[in-house]
Design a protein around this ligand. Structure first.
Ligand code: PAF
Length: 503
């Protein structure tokens, strides 16, 4: 076990990257064991568990003094879970000038005006302050936290993002007792009678339906003899109140059972997650979207392939790509089917015929922009895409997904790269395929011109949705872009709501 900041520094010299920190306040239970397992199984680097009961996150009337301090059994559990080291600092190692006289952080009011933040003023400022200090002392590349404390997880993700810390945050689903009670260090305070009563909390939440509101759950909890502190339904990312219009919402509750405070939540979902990825040509959207979809068990919807399929049919029937009336009549009995094949490939069938390869021909490539610009084509395909997305479970990639097709997507990304970076990639691609690449300035001019056309055209211009995250991929390897997309997704959709499939 490491104690002082000095001992920690000495240990850090020999660690293997990526280093993962699992911050805890001790009182370890199977939920923490799960955090340690995830830390170990998801990387070959070193894992460090910290045990530190942080005085700053307890209010004056809260249980700082009686919070479980079970060092010996914590060490035994950490050892059996196989972490590389445990660091149990003293207060002075974390706050050399004392907790009250050290620089502290303030979490934005919006993130703490609901749920636990509202009833525990100062709590999340204390959490953010201590975690920032732990991160500064340990400098891990990865931070593992439980989804059980969802508001804490949202706030700590924001801390990492706001301060631009080079840390990946991994959220781990809540672990429950056999009867459903969420594991918590505080469960040990429950008398046998209260322990029995406590199970009403997960039961009431898990029985809640998408159409139920917080008041329904509150009634059930009160009837079960629990003292309700709050029951709230919020948007998982903004933590602002919401109703049924939000496809994935968080229904969270805090109760008192005897003297013990318990929290729990459930995600209410009207459909599986939807992700919209838009951006200019040549930003590498298809490659990363395909891989991202596969990693998360979502279906990849290549809308570009749909426009290519229409273009293929237009050419097949020898229709002039400018002849709107003729194209409109083609669309009447245009039957398009997309099937995901293993390995992320997509099969495209037009009126039963497999055109997956044919739609990639240079002739289709040359005509697709003109065909896709017709209003009747956009309307017809947008409707089909919306119908495909009704149940969710999709990642769609295109130019107007976040604005026209899935305006309610859970994550919208505008994936782009500077013109010079896209020209560099295009030249590399051409050279690799044995073609002579035009000089760089010419390629850049072509790309800039295409951007101009795409963003000024009348029908479905390329625009960044106001709520999209812009990801500029200059200098990023493909894997890094996929990792960044996964991080963005996980900040919005919990593992509990949509588990990552095992590969
Ligand atoms: O979740 C906890 O145990 C604590 O809030 C944390 C993250 C270790 C900060 O003290």
């Amino acid at each position: 076990m490491l104690r002082t900041a000095q001992e920690l520094r000495a240990w850090l010299q020999g660690e293997r990257a990526p280093l993962t920190l699992i911050p805890t306040m001790g009182g370890l239970h199977q939920g923490h064991v799960r955090l340690m397992e995830v830390a170990r199984s998801s990387s070959a680097g070193s894992t460090l568990l910290s045990l530190f009961v942080n005085p700053l996150q307890f209010g004056p009337n809260e249980d700082y003094d009686r919070y479980p301090r079970t060092l010996q059994s914590d060490l035994a559990l950490a050892e059996s879970a196989g972490v590389d080291a445990v660091w149990a600092p003293d207060i002075g190692d974390v706050f050399p000038d004392g907790p009250e006289d050290s620089v502290g952080l303030t979490v934005p009011a919006l993130l703490q005006s609901n749920l636990c933040g509202r009833v525990r003023p100062g709590h999340f400022d204390g959490v953010a302050t201590v975690v920032a200090r732990l991160l500064a002392l340990v400098k891990p590349q990865r931070l593992v936290l439980g989804e059980k404390d969802w508001q804490q997880l949202v706030i700590l993700r924001r801390l990492v993002e706001d301060m631009n810390l080079p840390v990946t945050v991994l959220g781990v689903p809540t672990v429950r007792e056999a009867d459903g009670l969420a594991m918590s260090s505080r469960n040990r305070y429950l008398s046998p009678e209260n322990r029995e009563r406590a199970v009403a909390l997960p039961r009431a939440l898990q029985a809640a339906d998408f159409k139920d509101d917080a008041a329904d759950v509150r009634k059930v909890l009160i009837a079960a003899g629990l003292e309700v502190e709050y029951v709230e339904r919020v948007t998982p990312t903004s933590l602002q109140p919401c109703g049924q219009e939000t496809a994935i919402s968080l229904l969270a509750a805090a109760v008192r059972c005897g003297n013990t405070r318990l929290i729990d939540h459930v995600f209410l979902m009207s459909r599986a997650p939807l992700v919209a990825i838009d951006g200019p040509a040549g930003a590498g959207k298809s490659t990363v979207t395909r891989a991202f979809a596969e990693r998360l068990g979502l279906t990849y919807l290549d809308t570009g392939a749909m426009y290519r399929a229409v273009t293929w049919l237009v050419q097949q029937r020898q229709v002039n790509p400018e002849d709107v009336a003729a194209i409109a009549s083609l669309l009447v009995d245009f039957n398009l089917a997309l099937r995901s094949l293993p390995g992320g490939r997509q099969q495209v069938l037009v009126n039963g015929e497999d055109v997956s390869d044919a739609i990639r021909s240079p002739e289709v490539t040359a005509a697709v922009s003109a065909v896709a610009a017709h209003r009747c084509v956009r309307k017809s395909l947008t409707e089909q895409q919306k119908a495909m997305g009704a149940e969710g479970g999709l990642v769609a990639e295109g130019r107007d997904i976040g604005t026209a097709v899935f305006p309610d997507a859970d994550l919208k990304v505008f994936l782009t790269a500077t013109v010079s970076e896209r020209a560099r990639r295009r030249a590399m691609d051409l050279e690799q395929r044995g073609f002579a690449a035009p000089i760089r300035s010419e390629l850049e001019a072509q790309i800039a011109e295409r951007d101009r056309k795409d963003s000024t055209r009348e029908e479905a211009p390329l625009v960044k949705a106001s709520d999209a995250v812009e990801l500029v991929t200059d200098g990023m390897a493909i894997d890094a872009v996929i990792d960044a997309l996964v991080q963005l997704f996980r900040a919005r959709v919990a593992e509990e709501a949509w588990p990552t499939p095992e590969h």
